[in-house]
Unconditional design. Structure first.
Length: 173
């Protein structure tokens, strides 16, 4: 009987988990470089230009084991525009479209791996990236109140989160 209870408890469907609260932002608030795990980063530039380095695929595309480096564009969608369910919440969503470029190296990174993914797995993600990649990233705040971008990896029902936080300038006062 205990085994049955354990089996039932491990099959939790999180699709109905509450979406993160809406965070008020503008496109100008999001411009800059956002770092993720294993050296990934996304740079959101003014006028909608974008650059990504070693960014993993969203949801089931994460399981394909590729990392993309490339350039493209981004736009900020207001609450209510995104129709993809609660995978990135009901608030502001960054829609990113990127054309792959040859790998130009991976900067070092210290951001933790997406939940449930060993950090050393970044080096093992060597499958060729698609020619074109798209992401829809939710905007929320971490436990310390800092704005983060996020999307889900693998099966969205598992809600393993890939988070990117704003890169802080070196030095400064």
């Amino acid at each position: 009987m205990a085994a049955l209870a354990l089996l039932a408890s491990s099959c939790v469907d999180n699709r109905n988990a509450p979406a993160p609260p809406v965070v008020q932002v503008t496109a100008a608030d999001l411009e800059g470089t956002w770092t993720g795990w294993g050296g990934s980063n996304v740079t959101l530039k003014p006028a909608g230009a974008a650059q990504v380095v070693q960014l993993d695929g969203q949801e089931f595309r994460f399981d394909d084991n590729w990392r993309m480096t490339g350039s493209g564009n981004w736009e900020l969608h207001e609450p209510g525009h995104y129709q993809g369910g609660n995978t990135v919440g009901r608030g502001y969503v960054v829609h990113l479209t990127v054309t792959a470029e040859p790998d130009r190296g991976t900067p070092g990174g210290t951001t933790p791996a997406p939940t449930g993914i060993p950090e050393q797995e970044a080096a093992d993600r060597t499958a060729p990236a698609p020619a074109l990649g798209t992401w829809d990233m939710g905007v929320t705040r971490d436990h310390e109140g800092r704005t983060i971008l996020y999307f889900l990896t693998s099966d969205p029902d598992n809600r393993d989160t890939y988070s990117l936080s704003r890169k802080q300038p070196q030095g400064g006062s």
